[in-house]
Design a protein around this ligand. Structure first.
Ligand SMILES: NC(=O)c1ccc[n+]([C@@H]2O[C@H](COP(=O)([O-])OP(=O)(O)OC[C@H]3O[C@@H](n4cnc5c(N)ncnc54)[C@H](O)[C@@H]3O)[C@@H](O)[C@H]2O)c1
Length: 259
């Protein structure tokens, strides 16, 4: 997708790999200067180097880390226009019923996936307001739209992100900041390849069962998720505020089974 982001400065959390890396690439390809915020310093600096940007090793759920990133970004580029709250974690392959779900795992998932969106936004919004406007895109999940079993922390955090997005949109819209969310369906990344899909695209039995619920019969490519984000930060989406774009191949549109 070709849009004009020249002159804009964007921060992408969790941009060292996967969906975040693809988002950072599309924003840079369309003219934005891009900062990567990630816990994985090596991968983040590699991605930033390739895009002519900068990286920070920082935790999105840490207030001091995020304030440091914003101060240094403004010193470096003189402005901030776009924040993509993409960093997120889940419990990996460890699924558990709610009464057996690890409290430590719950706390960390909610801390990164929900509190992290709040903490990062809270730090960045004053800088965007200094530009009299900009865009924020929060990455939720279809699990935040329609709950999945055995992933209660992720489901709750990602649902929280959708309502937090609406809350931000109604507070910030009048101030010129448009806030929207993207809810990806199952997407091919290193993590999901390890969990369900193999590197060579020969999907195992577990993956086939998952894919049978997706009308398009395949997972998303990271670029397909990034394209929705690119639209939401582009000048063309100037009247879109407080919505969630679901990019899931039709997974949550209804039942694929015949009755
Ligand atoms: N891959 C999917 O199928 C899928 C589906 C739905 C939603 N999502 C969401 O999309 C986003 C990206 O997912 P992905 O699959 O590309 O993930 P990923 O695991 O491939 O990458 C996530 C990145 O975030 C970084 N990160 C994790 N915790 C962090 C923290 N506290 N502070 C800063 N950085 C941190 C990691 O180091 C990593 O580089 C996540 O919010 C995820 O929940 C992914």
């Amino acid at each position: 997708m070709r849009v004009d982001l020249s002159g804009r400065v964007a921060l992408v959390t969790g941009g060292a790999q996967g969906i975040g890396e693809a988002i950072a690439e599309q924003l840079a390809d369309n003219g934005a200067r891009v900062g990567i915020i990630d816990l994985d310093q090596d991968r983040a600096s590699e991605v930033a180097k390739n895009l002519g940007g900068h990286s920070w090793c920082a935790d999105v759920s840490d207030v001091t880390d995020m304030e440091r990133v914003v101060n240094e970004s403004e010193q470096r580029w003189g402005r901030l226009d776009i924040l993509i709250n993409n960093a997120g974690i889940n419990s990996g392959g460890d699924r558990a019923p709610i009464h057996e779900f690890s409290v430590e795992s719950w706390d960390r998932i909610v801390e990164v996936d929900l509190r992290g969106v709040f903490v990062a936004s809270r730090a960045v919004i004053p800088a965007i307001l200094r530009q009299r406007g900009g865009r924020i895109v929060n990455i939720s999940s279809i699990a935040g739209v329609v709950p999945l079993r055995l992933q209660s922390a992720f489901v709750a955090a990602k649902a929280g992100v959708i309502n937090l997005t609406k809350s931000m949109a109604i507070e910030l819209g009048a101030k010129g900041i448009l806030v929207n969310a993207v809810a990806p369906g199952s997407t091919l990344t290193d993590g999901t390849k390890n969990l369900f899909y193999s590197d060579d695209g020969v999907f195992n039995e577990k993956a086939q069962s998952l894919l049978s619920h997706i009308p398009l019969g395949r997972p998303a490519e990271v670029e397909e998720i990034a394209a929705a984000v690119t639209f939401l930060v582009a000048p063309e989406s100037s009247y879109v505020n407080g919505t969630t774009i679901t990019v899931d191949g039709g997974w949550t549109a209804g039942y694929t089974r015949e009755w």
